[in-house]
Ligand binder design. Structure first.
Ligand code: NAD
Length: 501
């Protein structure tokens, strides 16, 4: 690696600074293996400095008028729009997804920024007049202090934007730890946030891996931690940060199932499933990774394989690319290994995307759409989150049998049903034990006036990111019960009983 490789900076107290660490990691273009930059693993002192800056900034930021906070996010959403193409290009270079998907990644985050601009309507308290004679009770939703976010590689724009805009809009200050695999677009978003007017110390960024995450979990001055990533790491973060007395929410891994009933619109359904299973190279927490074909729909396997075969695998920058490379060589090895495992376990490999050849990008981490049929719940390809463009097809005789299979799975992130029957869809909606439900919608991620609501094994903590729930997550509700005496009211007797009747 050449010494003039750019370095990713830390953001501490409004300054983008070079880390003094000796531990660095390369950020690699997954389509070409070109080293784009180096990211530091911040030292313990640097993490402390970021938290100190956030703690100091909180003293004034918490009292900043709502209108002033709101206007920063109005400006920020405009800057993100103006820089959309550049943000998408950075994202594609370091993460691999197509430019169209990269714009989608930024756009879904932008929607949260727009939502944060409406904080005046979101952070309202409640008031009950005359809870007793002359007594009112009302609530204040007050910020917590320094909050922190830990993000995964697969949505390096959207997920940081799930976190710091709403935390900061509610009056907190923030320390962000982006994924060490693709922090460059996140940093560009942070530059724009400062340009929009976020004051020094209100948003800070540290880089690193397990040590940085553990330092955040343990730090006594951090009040809340929002984590998005794998179940393995999220479970650890939840336990460690909770034990340290923090408020914690963890959005984690998934295995999302779709049910296809024989009355579904065949062409629309197969297109939707192929896009949701293979798009973004399957590296979405809401990717469809299992399809349960019910009854006669079991005859659709060959058509589904054809849909996969028809998708173009190429570098994300190439026109017409439907899916780009996996994020890293390690991810390529892992996904290829799981496909081999599926064959050994006896599943039928209907479409094999291994060793996909892409002209001009021979070193890229490409896996094409891959389809297994005859998958059973005992197989590793069913039990593990593959996080690649691999779809497992299972069979059921009835809708209730398919629902039972999904409810047996420990994950609860997303699910979908494809049918033309309103009654069947409503039955599914009522009986399914999964947090985000699509009806003829393959990836039912809610827009920011709602919250992301993954459930069961896919989530720890009560409240979701963004939307209404996150206002609760990032604030402490204080209730005030108040009584005011009239100037000429005659003094009463000393009252030794508490009686608000
Ligand atoms: P990951 O768990 O490997 O990494 C997430 C974060 O944890 C990163 O910032 C990383 O630096 C840190 N980390 C990694 N190893 C650690 C360790 N041993 N101790 C402490 N911290 C550690 O996840 P990933 O591979 O970056 O992202 C993919 C995963 O994220 C998938 O499982 C996917 O389903 C999940 N995800 C979930 C959602 C959701 O909303 N439920 C959204 C996006 C991604």
């Amino acid at each position: 690696m050449s010494t003039d490789t750019p370095t990713v900076k830390l953001l501490i107290n409004g300054e983008f600074v070079e880390s003094t660490t000796t531990e660095w990691r390369d950020i690699v273009n997954p389509a070409t293996q070109e080293v784009l930059a180096r990211v530091p693993f911040a030292t313990a002192q640097e993490i402390d400095a970021a938290v100190d800056a956030a703690r100091e900034a909180f003293k004034t930021w918490r009292k900043t008028p709502i209108g002033a906070r709101s206007r920063i996010f109005l400006k920020y959403q405009q800057l993100i729009r103006e820089n959309m193409k550049e943000l998408a290009a950075i994202l594609t270079a370091e993460q691999g997804k197509t430019l169209a998907d990269a714009e989608g990644d930024v756009f879904r985050g932008l929607e949260v920024v727009e939502h944060a601009a409406g904080i005046g309507n979101l952070q309202l308290g409640e008031l009950a007049n005359n809870v007793a004679g002359g007594v009112d009770t009302y609530t204040l939703l007050q910020p917590l202090g320094v909050c922190a976010g830990i993000t995964p590689f697969n949505f390096p724009a959207m997920i940081p934007l799930w976190m710091f805009p709403m935390a900061i809009a509610t009056g907190n200050t923030f320390v962000l730890k982006p994924s060490e695999q693709d922090p460059m677009v996140t940093m560009r978003l942070c530059e724009l946030a400062l340009e929009a007017g976020i004051p020094p110390g209100v948003l800070n960024v540290v880089h690193g891996g397990a040590d940085a995450v553990n330092a955040i979990c343990d730090h006594r001055d951090i009040k809340a931690v929002s984590f998005v990533g794998s179940t393995r790491v999220g479970t650890h973060v939840y336990r460690r940060a909770s034990e340290a007395g923090k408020r914690v929410q963890c959005m984690m891994g998934a295995k999302n199932h779709a049910i296809v009933l024989p009355d579904a619109h065949k062409e629309q359904t197969l297109n939707a499933i192929a896009g949701a299973a293979f798009g973004a190279a399957g590296q979405r927490c809401m990717a469809l990774s299992v399809v349960i074909l019910v009854g006669e729909a079991q005859q659709w396997i060959a058509d589904l394989a054809d849909k996969g075969r028809g998708l173009k695998v190429s570098a994300g920058t190439e026109p017409g690319a439907d899916l780009g490379p996996l994020v890293s060589c390690a991810a390529l090895d892992r996904v290829s290994g799981l496909i081999a495992r599926g064959e050994q376990e006896g599943a039928t490999l209907e479409l094999d995307g291994r060793n996909a050849q892409v002209a001009g990008y021979e070193k890229g981490n490409f896996v094409g759409p891959t389809l297994f049929s005859g998958v059973t719940p005992q197989m590793d390809i069913y039990k593990e989150e593959i996080f690649g463009p691999v779809l497992c097809v299972m069979a059921a005789d009835t809708l209730d049998e398919a629902i039972a299979m999904i409810n047996e799975n420990p994950n609860g992130n997303g699910t979908a049903i494809f049918t033309r029957s309103g009654a069947a869809a409503r039955h599914f909606q009522e009986e399914i034990d999964v947090g985000q439900v699509g009806i003829n919608v393959p990836i039912p991620v809610p827009v920011p006036m709602f919250s992301f609501t993954g459930s069961r094994g896919s989530k720890l903590g009560d409240l979701g990111p963004y939307g209404k729930q996150v206002v609760q997550f990032y604030t402490q509700t204080k209730t005030v019960t108040a009584r005011w005496f009239d100037e000429n009211e005659v003094g009463g007797v000393v009252n030794t009983t508490i009686n608000l009747k």
